[in-house]
Design a protein around this ligand. Structure first.
Ligand code: COI
Length: 354
């Protein structure tokens, strides 16, 4: 265990915050004054450095650049009604980070680096947490292999870092989604359930093609039959059919176990929905639409929180939704926001003090 004393903290002389506004900022473009950096070498984590946000000096032979041994997380911090900083379910991200690390043959990151490091970094940069609705401080922990060697094998050295980015809403408007039948995101036995950087890189071509057809994102389908729904863009996906909320189950290891997905399931049950985690085929979705019982479709993710889908295109069949009259997705989003911003009781113990 690394005690808090093993944190080496160097503060900026002057905050960049004086030069910018924290309202309506695009996702992931601006970063706070400080970052956390720690190296893994000779089988152990070295001293944690919290220091001014700055570029890294990396060798062109850096293993991560060649073979993609790289993972990350997305977490968010908010200000509660008393102006105190709170982090949303960071222990869930911590657990998932180490599941990703294991699958990518990378070392485990101890809790007091991931959680305590995050806490100390946010303590330093808490003035960067925006107070406006739909705004937050996005926390990006990540790790990559740092051997300077282009031999193909798990690296011996790694770097773990945390950077912080104040952010406004991710998707401002309801999305148009293209059901993807040619390209796949994940296969059983693969890495779909982990937050490996390569999952996002390899999704970009299909997304680019969908965008050229006028869509915002793709609905990923299973790799064998292109029949069962997996995820939507970078999000988990929910379908309200009749009185039941259905989301694909995690059993095949092709779907990321989203923290927002899990929180949405809890809140849907709180509202009174039956929730089913199970395989859901595109044919069943089309049938429900034709029968007039497919009421809502929405994505969930840390960055996007809850994002409504106003159009779903499967082959030449268009499913359109009157999102302005939806009740469930907005209700879940509001309940989640109220907990995050300390406007309602944190019944599930989701918010962690900084
Ligand atoms: C998140 O929701 O945190 C994500 O990881 C999606 C994207 C920003 C990569």
């Amino acid at each position: 265990m690394i005690a808090a004393a093993d944190f080496n903290i160097t503060k900026v002389e002057r905050s960049k915050l004086n030069e910018m506004s924290l309202e309506n900022i695009p996702f992931g473009k601006y970063f706070t004054d400080h970052m956390l950096e720690v190296d893994y070498e000779d089988g152990e984590w070295k001293t944690v450095e919290i220091k001014p946000y700055q570029p890294l000096l990396l060798s062109p032979s850096l293993a991560a650049l060649h073979y993609g041994q790289a993972i990350f997380e997305g977490v968010k911090a908010y200000k509660d009604q008393d102006g105190e900083a709170r982090i949303f379910r960071p222990f869930e991200n911590f657990k998932r980070f180490n599941i990703s690390a294991e699958r990518m043959a990378m070392p485990q990151v101890p809790e007091n680096i991931f959680i305590e490091g995050m806490r100390q970094l946010i303590e330093l940069d808490k003035n960067w947490i925006p107070k406006h609705a739909d705004h937050s401080l996005y926390i990006r922990p990540f790790m990559f292999s740092s051997d300077e060697l282009i031999g193909v094998r798990p690296s011996e050295k790694y770097k773990f870092m945390i950077i912080l980015s104040p952010t406004g809403p991710y998707y401002n408007v309801p999305m148009r989604i293209y059901v993807e039948e040619k390209y796949v995101r994940a296969v059983p036995g693969g890495v779909g359930y982990v937050k490996a950087a390569g999952n996002y890189g390899s999704a970009m071509f299909a997304t680019k093609e969908a965008k050229s057809k006028g869509y915002d994102q793709v609905l990923w389908m299973d790799a064998f039959e292109h029949k069962y729904v997996q995820e939507c863009g970078t999000m988990n996906v929910f379908f309200i059919i009749g009185d039941t909320a259905i989301t694909p189950d995690l059993a095949a290891g092709t779907i990321l176990a989203g923290v927002t997905r899990d929180s949405t399931i809890t809140l849907l049950k709180e509202i009174g929905f039956k929730v089913e985690e199970r395989p859901l085929s595109i044919d069943d979705i089309v049938d429900a639409y034709k029968a007039g019982v497919l009421y809502e479709v929405f994505g969930t993710g840390t960055a996007a929180t809850i994002s409504m889908i106003k159009e779903l295109r499967y082959k030449d069949f268009l499913m359109n939704f009157d999102v302005d009259n939806w009740r469930t997705a907005p209700e879940v989003k509001q309940r989640m926001a109220d907990i995050k911003e300390g406007k309602s009781t944190d019944r599930y113990g989701w918010m962690q003090k900084v």
